[in-house]
Ligand binder design. Structure first.
Ligand code: NAD
Ligand code: IPM
Ligand code: MN
Length: 366
């Protein structure tokens, strides 16, 4: 089979605890589905590296990582050691921008065995994608401070929306909606209050909709949209949003499915000009780091998304089947964030064993 070259960056906190569980399922997938993974681990993009060197990334990181097919990432941020804006703008946000990973693809799905905090919701009621713009918008470094230290102190940070940037994320979201049975796209806006950029966003949505006559389109202002995620999660299929709104929706959505610990993401360069990066939605979780109880499912699901991106479609699906089979048992097989008592390692190991059982049965059948 094919050989895929993977850069592995565990980062900080629980990133270093869940990445090994992701790697173990990737190993199992490679041997069951006959492909090779050629990894290299990098310990930069972490607070430890910053403490040693004074920077988050070495010179030459771009050329080094650019040689890989994908990047498998944990989480970065350790605010007691490095202020978050320095660690994040010095690492993850550079990856997203330099590798032009303009799509942040974030599935939101209520999995079997997990209780939703939304009363009466069952798997199937919550199953949609947040498609988040990932390289511009509200996340900009344009702005500054004047009159610092005086009563007139003024701070400005600009939002940037380019036609190319908006249209390409909308195109991706419309294509995704068109490929799904419901063919329904919801746009997150705030054109009542954010009076320049958001009306522009709405206008580009309307223009793009002309090319997708079979996709049903609606839009909500972000405030009521958050309410509707909680009240009517079954209304959504593909939700497209600017960088900041997408960030917020992609923690809220997974919270509605029980825990953000299961949520995966792809930071994707659809043209494949640069490597894409796969990571859980969650961060380094300093409050539970070192305890061995972090939920590894977000990292394992991210591994599945990476396999899909690499063209290992069957392996990607088999990983998710194993995850769903294990979670369906519920109870103690779950980590504490899902109401159980399992550790990161025992849950990761259970998924790997289930994967091996399922895939060896497939071999016997065929
Ligand atoms: P967080 O996602 O790290 O944690 C939020 C809450 O969710 C915590 O209570 C945590 O214990 C819990 N949680 C998160 N992941 C979990 C898991 N896998 N299993 C069980 N519980 C889990 O968000 P935060 O506290 O706002 O941020 C902590 C640090 O991580 C900050 O430095 C932040 O900037 C950074 N961060 C990084 C990323 C990333 O690398 N993509 C994403 C978000 C936050
Ligand atoms: C995420 C994170 C990042 C973001 C932070 C850590 C900069 O919250 O991946 O969702 O806002 O994009
Ligand atoms: Mn976030």
């Amino acid at each position: 089979g094919a050989t895929h070259r993977i850069a592995v960056i565990p980062g900080d906190g629980i990133g270093t605890e869940v990445v090994p569980e992701g790697l173990r399922i990737l190993e199992a997938a490679a041997s069951a589905f006959d492909f090779q993974l050629d990894y290299e681990q990098f310990h930069y993009a972490s607070a430890d590296y910053y403490t040693k060197t004074g920077t988050m990334l070495p010179d030459g990181w771009f050329d080094q990582l650019n040689r890989f097919d994908s990047i498998f990432f944990g989480a970065v941020g350790w605010p007691d050691v490095v202020p978050d804006h320095i660690s994040l703008w010095g690492s993850l946000l550079q990856f997203r921008r330099h590798f032009d990973q303009y799509v942040s693809l974030r599935p939101v799905k209520l999995l079997p065995g997990i209780t939703s905090p939304l009363a009466g919701r069952e798997p199937g009621d919550v199953d949609f994608y947040v498609v988040r713009e990932n390289t511009e918008g509200e996340y900009s470094s344009i702005g500054g401070k004047i009159f610092e230290g005086t009563d007139r102190e003024t701070v400005i940070q600009e939002t940037v929306m380019t036609r190319t940037g908006v249209d390409r994320i909308l195109k991706y979201a419309f294509d995704l909606a068109q490929s799904r049975p419901k063919k329904h796209l919801t746009s997150a806006t705030k054109s009542n209050g954010i009076s320049i950029s958001m009306p522009y966003w709405d206008q580009r949505v309307e223009a793009m909709a002309q090319n997708f006559a079979d996709v049903a389109v609606d839009k909500y202002h972000i405030d009521i949209l958050t309410a509707n995620f909680v009240l009517h999660p079954d209304w959504f299929d593909v939700v497209v949003a600017s960088n900041l709104f997408g960030d917020i929706l992609s923690d809220l959505g997974p919270a509605c499915t029980g825990t953000i610990g299961v949520a995966p993401s792809g930071n994707i360069n659809p043209e494949r000009k640069f490597p894409s990066l796969f990571e859980p939605v969650h961060g380094s979780a300093p409050d539970i780091a070192g305890k061995g109880i972090a939920n590894p499912i977000g990292q394992i699901w991210s591994a599945s998304m990476m396999l899909e991106h690499l063209g290992e479609t069957e392996a990607a699906a088999a990983v998710m089947t194993a995850v769903e089979d294990v979670l369906a048992v519920g109870g103690d097989t779950l980590t504490p964030d899902m109401g159980g008592t399992a550790t990161t390692k025992t849950l990761g190991e259970a998924v790997r064993r289930q994967f091996e059982t399922n895939t060896s049965m497939t071999l016997v059948r065929s």
